[in-house]
Design a protein. Sequence first.
Length: 423
Amino acid sequence: MATGQYLTEVALRLVERGHRVTVVTSRRAYDQPEEQFPSHETWRGIRIYRVASTGFGKGAKWRRAADFASFITLCALRVALLPRHDVVVALTTPPLISFLGATLAWLRGSRFFYWVMDFNPDEAIAAGWLRHGSLAARLLEWMSRFSLRQAKKVIALDRFMRDRIVAKGIAPTKVAVIPPWSHDTEVKWDPEGRERFRRSHGLDGKFVVMYSGNHSPVHPLDTLLAAARQLTSDPSIVFCFVGGGNEWRKIRQGVEESRKQKAESGGQGAEVRAPSPLDFQLLPPPRPSPLDTRHSGNILCLPYQPLDQLAGSLSAADLHAVVMGDAMVGLVHPCKIYNIMAVGAPVLYIGPRLSHVAEIVSAANGEAHFHSADHGEVEVVVKQILRARDEAQQSSRQRSPLNHSLFAKESVLPKLITELESV
């Protein structure tokens, strides 16, 4: 998970600078709740306490709520047993964890830093997960404002998020805008990793459109999927969805249902079965011969890639999709774009024109091959993909990282460390 990776890099840098760091987190793997880690260990100088919780998963709202509630309860018990710390830092995942951190700091006289990775309950209300004005929404709003008021400093990821926070009555001087950063040590343009990834997943000779990261309703993929449906008949283009989350599971389920339908129809594909919303192909894909035209599917699904293989998977894409819901500006942040810039890949942005993504591209001084469309503009997305493919075929330029120095790790991380050490 991206937030966990960023927190790890902050913790390691603090240890390097002589600070004592304790992390309280969950025992369960983010997207594989059946996998559990040790309850306690010291890793590279960081003391880690892992808290148990239920593992119902994300299949229904009550399951997510039960998992969150059990974790929050046991996490509160765990931190109550820890000695006082000078500084308490809380993120925003899972919901309410910031309230726990703010309360702990208030009770013990510690200084509290609120690192807002996504802004709740506003995000939950905008996404339709929570009804505006409901008892739950009002309670969560009070807890959010308590966390903001108690914070010595609030870290916002972009100016749109800062404006949302200031609108809650928080003094602008209390809010620092510090974006995330690219994982420069692990992620860079990797031509060998690109070829290895493409070869192992049957992508040789294909133009690969990739969406990599968390698949959430706040990043609606309907327009991209509709474009994939229109391009099913073009064998040169493959859409690769890498990551996890509710929407990824829906895509994978569609893939499996499509494969099952093909198997039941004798493998004749779309010609002998009822049309489906999308024509899918499931990894590991078959390797058809040039004469085999039955495999017309153009969507591949992969789980999250290990960090040490991320450079290869991101470099394997010819066009990266970045998607943001219209109502999500200032509530969520497109962290994935920093690693995309690090591998020098063209970007297809689907979302509102006034957003942090557009500002990032502007800051790149036109270096990026940037394509954009609004949600619902399926024909525009199709044209942009075809244009990007044609540009890739005509260009022999060796891909290199874009000028993303504003978002490089060594440009951004020291700013966050300075804020934490300022007290």
